[in-house]
Design a protein around this ligand. Structure first.
Ligand code: CAA
Length: 240
């Protein structure tokens, strides 16, 4: 039987690549999205992957969204990829409370919401793969990203704790910490800052979406059963 995979923020950026890779590998994929209706529709038309709209920062919305996915795909979630994330970059002395809160609830509360709501059925069937997308900047910090780095570092602690709680239940919980990947999010960085960042990456380039998707496939695989609580860096050798 095909396994069911849910990818939050699964219709654009890195999530788009993850959804496609899981679909091609034979999973029944549900791609969540929130804003960006047109992008999501185009993604669905191109791939045939079903799309589901809900706000991952809202617990009740996640509850409704997951119920809808399970109904549509005819089972419970086997693989959860918590990928949805936003940036609101600014130096802390200029950051407003809204930009702090928005990033924390979207990037970190969402991981709690989605895991809290899917872990009971994974425990019941003694199988699950949870893959949380953190960031190199959650490991090392970044100028202008105190909110984003805090959320992404929070994901790492959360991942390790849930991995311990789930170890006896056949559920692995891992994080991937991507470096700078070519997406709309990194395109928005000012050119001079981008060049400076690139100079700090030993491979001399930004990563490709497919390179993150490949790591997700690896961790999602049934045979990756002895890897849990890990934070896999996929960042071109960036200095930590
Ligand atoms: N490395 C070194 N110095 C940096 C830097 C960097 N990456 N980014 C900014 N600085 C320095 C600037 O040179 C500047 O220094 P001086 O005051 O000495 O001139 C100082 O920090 C302030 O920077 P700006 O002049 O650019 O100030 P600003 O207020 O106009 O903009 C900023 C601040 C919004 C943080 C902007 O610098 C920026 O966008 N930086 C990039 C932040 C970043 O890396 N975001 C990642 C987005 S992608 C992502 O998040 C995905 C992922 O997981 C990796």
């Amino acid at each position: 039987m095909k396994k069911i995979a849910v990818v939050t923020g699964g219709a654009r950026g890195i999530g788009n690549g993850i959804s496609r890779a899981l679909h091609e590998a034979g999973y029944l994929v549900a791609a969540n999205y929130h804003s960006g209706v047109e992008t999501a529709k185009k993604f669905h038309e191109e791939t045939g992957i079903p799309i589901f709209c809900w706000d991952v920062s809202n617990y009740e919305a996640c509850e409704r969204g997951i119920a809808e996915v399970c109904e549509a795909l005819g089972g419970t979630v086997d693989v959860l990829v918590n990928n949805a994330g936003i940036t609101r970059d600014s130096m802390l002395h200029r950051m407003n409370p809204e930009d702090w809160t928005k990033v924390i609830v979207t990037n970190l509360n969402s991981v709690f919401n989605m895991c809290r709501l899917t872990i009971p059925s994974m425990r019941d069937k003694n199988f699950g793969r949870i893959i949380n997308i953190s960031s190199v900047n959650g490991l090392k910090g970044q100028i202008g990203q105190s909110n984003y780095s805090a959320a992404k570092a929070g994901i790492l602690g959360f991942t390790k704790s849930l991995a311990l709680e789930s170890a006896s239940k056949g559920i692995t919980v891992n994080a991937i910490a991507p470096g700078y990947i070519s997406t709309d999010m990194t395109d928005a960085i000012k050119e001079d800052v981008k060049e400076r960042i690139k100079a700090g990456i030993p491979l001399g380039r930004f990563g490709k979406i497919e390179e993150i998707a490949h790591s997700v496939l690896f961790l999602a695989d049934e045979k990756s059963s002895f890897i849990t609580g890990a934070a896999l860096s996929v960042n071109g050798g960036q200095y930590l």
